[in-house]
Design a protein around this ligand. Structure first.
Ligand code: NAD
Ligand code: UDP
Length: 317
């Protein structure tokens, strides 16, 4: 199949491309390199079945494909809050353009939505039926409301134009290739521990998240795309941890003497988050296989190697 992956040079997108290429598909990666990097897909550049296009999805583009995985959008609060209006444009105008493309060529379209559509949830764990508790005027709104609108657009294209959509609500995902300066909790804690800096815990660390390893998530996305179910479907690991527990786990794995440094809790930071994955289990026959400790070990190895390589490069210069 000919498959378009928007945001394909990013963290999740590049792992998805690895799977799609290994399964024998032809892949077009579309990315503006805001948070993505050529390094993530460089190993496919010489392959005739792979094409890289530098393009911003806020502008329309004409391509002929069978499936679209629509992932283009910065995912970390640090990056999506850097230019919030651009984040809204990416989610709304960008998604509109990609849905228009899917409509024109009759491609199946999968939206990478997010658990952020539930906001600071009052229902725990969150099933897909829960309609959320989102602040529409806060600093996270450009992303949360942007993704909610992206879901709305997808369902309107489905109802009005018969676009064959799939909607995945992705919960916190981590793994190799996350940027060191990504700003999300797993990448921050790992790079801080490896560099011997204190781990920055926001608030008292009692807020919870559920962390899914990237290969599990990619498997869920591919299963959803190739199923008959439109969604939305939660994809995430239901094992829930406080941020303090995560910090302690990473301390134990990397550097038991690493200090913790408590910082103010960011505005609108959700207090808890855990997916109800009953639908993914029953409809997609999917559930995560990699537990937190296993996944963290693989991620730590990748960060360790990249930090060592960057130190060698600095010494050479
Ligand atoms: P990421 O920031 O690593 O990747 C996003 C990619 O999109 C980057 O390569 C970036 O350069 C590209 N991009 C951003 N704006 C663009 C634009 N206007 N035009 C073209 N390309 C653009 O993030 P990620 O963690 O890989 O997330 C991928 C998708 O999954 C995002 O849509 C995100 O909202 C969603 N998601 C991720 C998580 C998570 O925990 N990682 C959780 C929920 C949802
Ligand atoms: N967090 C933290 N220290 C950090 C980065 C994040 O304690 O260095 C906290 C953050 O306040 C939130 C949780 O970790 O409660 C997850 O943050 P992240 O940005 O990874 O994801 P999101 O809040 O979007 O789920």
């Amino acid at each position: 199949m000919k498959i378009l992956v928007t945001g394909g040079a990013g963290f999740i997108g590049s792992h998805l491309i690895d799977r799609l290429m290994k399964e024998g598909n032809e892949v077009i990666c579309l990315d503006n390199f805001y948070t993505g990097n050529k390094r993530n897909i460089v190993h496919w550049l010489d392959n005739h079945y792979f094409e890289l296009i530098r393009h911003d999805i806020v502008k329309p583009i004409l391509l002929e494909v069978d499936q679209v995985y629509h992932l283009a959008c910065p995912a970390s609060p640090v990056h999506y809050q850097f230019n919030p209006i651009k984040t809204v444009k990416t989610n709304v105008v960008g998604t509109l353009n990609m849905l228009g493309l899917a409509k024109r060529v009759k491609a199946r379209f999968l939206l990478a939505s997010t658990s952020e559509v539930y906001g600071d949830p009052e229902v725990h764990p969150q099933p897909e039926e829960y309609q959320g508790n989102v602040n529409c005027i806060g600093i996270r709104s450009c992303y949360d409301e942007g993704k909610r609108m992206a879901e709305t657009l997808s369902f309107d294209y489905y109802r009005e134009n018969q676009v064959d959509i799939r909607v995945a609500r992705i919960f916190n995902t981590y793994g190799p290739r996350m940027l060191e300066n990504d700003g999300r909790v797993v990448s921050n804690f790992i790079s801080q521990a490896l560099r011997g800096n204190p781990l920055t815990v926001y608030g008292d660390g009692s807020q919870t998240r559920s962390f899914c390893y990237v290969s599990d998530l990619v498997d869920g996305l591919i299963r959803l795309m190739n199923s008959d179910y439109v969604g939305p479907v939660n994809l995430g690991n239901p094992d829930e941890y406080t941020i303090l527990q995560l910090a302690k786990t990473i301390q134990d794995l990397v550097n038991p003497t690493a200090q913790l440094s408590f910082k103010p809790l960011p505005e609108d930071d959700p207090r808890k988050r855990k997916p109800d994955i009953t639908k993914a289990k029953t409809i997609l026959n999917w559930q995560p296989a990699i537990n937190l400790e296993e996944g963290l070990k693989l991620t730590i190895e990748d960060f360790r190697k990249r930090i060592e390589d960057s130190q060698i490069a600095t010494q050479v210069h």
